[in-house]
Structure formats: C-alpha cells, structure tokens
Ligand binder design. Structure first.
Ligand SMILES: [Ca+2]
Length: 322
C-alpha cells in the first residue's frame, strides 16, 4: 500500500502532470473570477488587473504547451542530435559483448548520438575491466545534452525479447530530472518506439516511449514507472530484460531486482507496442541541466537472447582522483 502511494505520488510529481494541473487551476480561477465579478464591480480596476494577469499567465502556459516538445519528462519528439552516419553491417553474433579494449569506439557497430556538449569517448584509468571504458559525459549547466551511442545491428533473435548487461559507474550522482541510460526499440531513435532504462532523482525510471516518425501528436507519448535507487560512485552490474509481448522491462543492479513493470500506453494496450527491437543504445541523456556535469562510464556492454549475468571477476574500482 505504501509503495503504491509513493509510486502514485511520484507520478503526480511528473512535470507533465504538474503542468497540466497548473493550466487547469488557472482556467478554473479565471472562470470563478469572471462569474463573481460581473460589471459594474466595486473594484473594477483591481479585478481587471487580476484577470488580465491570470489571462496573460494562461496565455503563456498555452504557448508553452504548444511550443514545448510533447514529452516534458520524457523523450523529445524533435530531432535530438545531428544525424551521424549510421553504422552498418551484418547482424551481430550472440552473445554480443564490447569490452572497449579496441581503444577507439567501433564505429562499424556504434553510431554516436551526441548534442549540446555531450561527448562519448573511450578513456583509461577509470577502473572497470582492462584498460578502456566508455565515458558518456554531459557538461555542467547546459540544457538537454546528449551522450549516447546506438547500434542497429541487432539480430532478429532479439526482435521481441532481449537481455542486456553492462558495468556502469555514475558520477557524481543521478540528476534531479529524467535521465536516460539505455534504449531498446525500433530503428531511427529518437523518432522511434522504445523501452528505456533511465533515472529520476537517483532512482530507476523505466518507460515505454512511443515517438515513431509519422505518428500523430495524440499517438505520441510515454508510459513511466519508477523503481529503487541505483548505486552511484561505484562500478555496479546493470542488467535489463525487454519484452514486446507484453511490453515490459525488468532491471537489476548487482543482481538485485530494482524494477519490474508492464507498460500500458493510452488506448494502445500493452502488447506489441514497440513492434520489434532493432536499435539498442546506451550512454546518458538528461532533460534540463546537470549543475556539476555528469559522467556515466560503461564497460562490457552485452546483449543476448537469455540473461547474461555478471562476469566472474568484479570490476576494478575507480582510482581516487588526487
Ligand atoms: Ca574494458
């Protein structure tokens, strides 16, 4: 019961809910004021000011609603990043694993999706496994930066049901707004449909995102769920299971289940919403700003048709910075 109340409270706190609620309240206040202040009124000028102020606020809210991308707390329907050459090649063999020991991003597999100062690079000296890990970096105080990579070389065996595993280090912590870590969906991200592992105020936020190109505005949007807190400041094993029948997502952190949800989207139901996993991506993307910047490191990013599980040896800790 308590968990249900906390879950509902988080949903109510979502930007979309707050925003729509604000618009409804402003409209209601305007209606009441107009009904109780028929002309002539003892204080016509005062009421005129109140009504004109609220009217202006309502107009601004309306304009914001029109001009703001459809999903305030979720995916931006506008193109999120300059188009990069899409990595092409035959479907990847399973199980697939990238330990990044190539020292350079394998651009025949991974297509960078970066924008607004976000960067994706292979770096050394951060612990994990071997020499290299992938660093997805968002700069401080920049709006809506993106540092993701994706591959469209998923084999057909993963089209309706897939598992992923990655070693992840989040530094310094989960930002207060919706933050993306992985997506699994149709080709063409961000104008696609996908199941997402993300964060919200440091806890897991998973979602189904229906943003496929060509969809009507009312057919776009998201269904969101919340889970337990993710570790920060340490390497941990992140695992996820995505399923298109029903559309569901389970997430584990160091073997502990931190979220498990089935997504029902508007009137579209909860099965075959994605319509085939063909594009997988990871890194970090946030909506809003991160005051101190944000780094999410990855190593041994893997996917398969069955649960992969942790590696036999633990990752090396990240050395302390002098
Ligand atoms: Ca490595």
């Amino acid at each position: 019961m308590i968990a249900k109340v906390r879950h509902d409270f988080k949903l109510m706190k979502s930007a979309r809910a707050d925003y729509r609620s604000d618009r409804w309240v402003v409209a209601l206040i305007l209606k009441v004021l107009r009904s109780i202040t028929p002309p002539p009124h003892p204080l016509p000028m005062l009421n005129k000011k109140i009504i004109s102020t609220l009217g202006a606020a309502s107009l601004c809210a309306g304009l914001m609603y029109v001009l703001t991308p459809l999903s305030i707390n979720g995916a931006d329907v506008a193109p999120a990043a300059p188009a990069a050459p899409v990595a092409k090649g035959p479907p990847l063999a399973l199980p697939f694993n990238d330990d990044f020991e190539s020292g350079e991003l394998k651009t025949d597999i991974w297509t960078p999706h970066v924008a607004n100062g976000g960067t994706v690079t292979l770096v050394q000296g951060k612990g994990g496994y071997g020499k290299y890990v992938l660093q997805a970096h968002l700069p401080a105080a920049v709006n809506r930066s993106i540092a993701l990579v994706g591959t469209t070389r998923l084999p057909d065996a993963l089209s309706s049901h897939a598992f992923g595993r990655a070693y992840v280090y989040i530094s310094p912590n989960g930002p207060p707004q919706h933050t993306v870590l992985t997506y699994s969906g149709t080709a063409g991200w961000p104008q696609s449909n996908w199941l997402e592992v993300g964060m919200y105020k440091g806890a897991v936020q998973t979602s189904y995102q229906q943003q496929m190109q060509g969809l009507a505005r009312e057919a776009r949007g998201e269904a969101v769920a919340f889970g337990k807190t993710l570790p920060t400041g340490k390497w941990f094993c992140l695992e996820w299971e995505v399923n298109d029948a029903p559309d569901s997502l389970t997430v584990w952190a160091d073997g502990e289940e931190v979220s498990k949800d089935v997504f029902t989207f508007k009137t579209f139901g909860n099965t075959n919403l994605v319509k085939g996993f063909a594009d997988f991506g990871f890194g970090v993307r946030t909506f809003g700003q991160v005051p101190d910047g944000l780094d999410v490191y990855y190593d041994n990013v893997a996917f398969d048709s069955k649960r992969i599980g942790p590696l036999k040896s633990p990752p090396a800790p990240m050395p302390a910075t002098p």
